[in-house]
Write a protein that binds this ligand. Structure first.
Ligand code: ZN
Length: 252
């Protein structure tokens, strides 16, 4: 375009000069034509130079724009990458939080299950029995009844007092009623380390540990060894307690 415009402009300028010269006063046609041609050539050169400068400027602008665009693109890409990493970090934190929650729930569920298991027999009433004793001589009941349908019965003794076991210790020992006094007497010499329960004594059907205030101990009674025609009794074998701390254990 640029190179084609130059001759057209020259021809136009020259012909306009010739027309002007024809009506001129003192300039000779030949010198006027030469002058016009020179001006036209100069104008054309200026135009070419300006056009060329515009092209260079346009190119420079385009290059600057391209660099800016590229810089923007790099910045955007960096932002996107940073966002993606931040998102990934958030996701990881969420995942870890979820995992911790899941573990916590599992622990809670397990604890609930364990608690539920120990509570469940108590709810049925017969296969798990609880008896209490405090800081004075005496159980909270003088009779316990186990269901005949239970293959095992768990008896839990709870010490509701505050005194230590060497001062006001209690246990729960199951014997035949006919053995009650003899086992009570034997317990006195069995020693606190043995919970005042005679070691290796066949008369002991079941026995908890000796406990003090705030403590709990359980024992399991194998119902298959009990005879429906025999009377059973429970006692505390802490020295001096068995004459008062005693009760009947029946099969219902
Ligand atoms: Zn006792």
């Amino acid at each position: 375009m640029l190179t084609k415009n130059i001759p057209a402009f020259l021809v136009l300028a020259a012909s306009m000069t010739l027309v002007a010269c024809g009506s001129g006063d003192d300039a000779t046609p030949s010198s006027a034509a030469a002058e016009a041609a020179t001006e036209a050539a100069n104008d054309a050169a200026d135009t070419v130079a300006e056009d060329a400068q515009d092209v260079v400027e346009d190119a420079a602008d385009a290059a600057t724009d391209a660099i800016d665009d590229a810089a923007d693109a790099v910045a955007d890409a960096a932002d996107d990458a940073a966002d993606a990493m931040a998102d990934a970090a958030d996701d990881m934190n969420d995942t870890m939080a979820d995992a911790e929650e899941t573990v916590s729930d599992m622990v809670d569920d397990a604890a609930a299950t364990v608690a539920g298991d120990s509570d469940a027999p108590a709810a049925s009433g017969d296969c798990a029995l609880t008896i209490e004793a405090g800081d004075r001589l005496g159980y909270n009941t003088d009779s316990l009844t186990a269901a005949a349908s239970c293959s095992e019965v768990t008896v839990t003794l709870v010490h509701t007092g505050k005194l230590p076991k060497n001062a006001m210790g209690h246990n729960w020992v199951l014997v035949k009623k006919s053995d009650l006094d003899a086992v009570g007497a034997a317990g006195m010499t069995a020693g606190i380390d043995n919970s005042y329960v005679p070691v290796g004594d066949d008369r002991i059907i079941a026995a908890t540990q000796l406990i003090g205030g705030g403590e709990t101990s359980s024992t399991t009674v194998d119902m298959s060894v009990l005879d429906a025609d025999t009377e059973y009794a429970f006692i505390c074998t802490f020295p001096g307690h068995w004459s008062i701390m005693r009760g009947s254990f029946t099969i219902g």
